[in-house]
Write a protein of this length. Structure first.
Length: 98
């Protein structure tokens, strides 16, 4: 799930990325073209109910491809992304419109 705050005067928008408990994972990291798909740079915080969340600041007026790297073994899309784009690996990347 994506929650987008209002655009700040400097053109930055905070976006909260959330994975539901049904993901059934112990760890999750947010990866995308905004962080060169780094699998460690944006670890998500796990809540008691098993969900994960992380808020990042992104430039408004852009779109960003992203995925979640779960348990350091599998990639997951956001089930509520703004849209999806095919990637080079035969699957899709989630997209957030900021």
């Amino acid at each position: 799930m994506l929650i987008k705050n209002d655009v700040q005067p400097d053109g930055i928008r905070e976006v909260r990325f959330t994975l539901p408990p049904e993901i059934n994972a112990q760890t999750a990291c947010l990866c995308g073209d905004f962080n060169d798909w780094d699998e460690t740079l944006h670890p998500m915080k796990r809540a008691e109910d098993g969900s994960f969340s992380l808020t990042v600041k992104l430039q408004a007026g852009q779109h960003y491809q992203f995925r979640y790297f779960v348990d350091q073994t599998r990639w997951e899309n956001d089930w509520a992304a703004d849209r999806y784009i095919p990637n080079l690996f035969g699957s899709d990347n989630s997209v957030v419109e900021v």
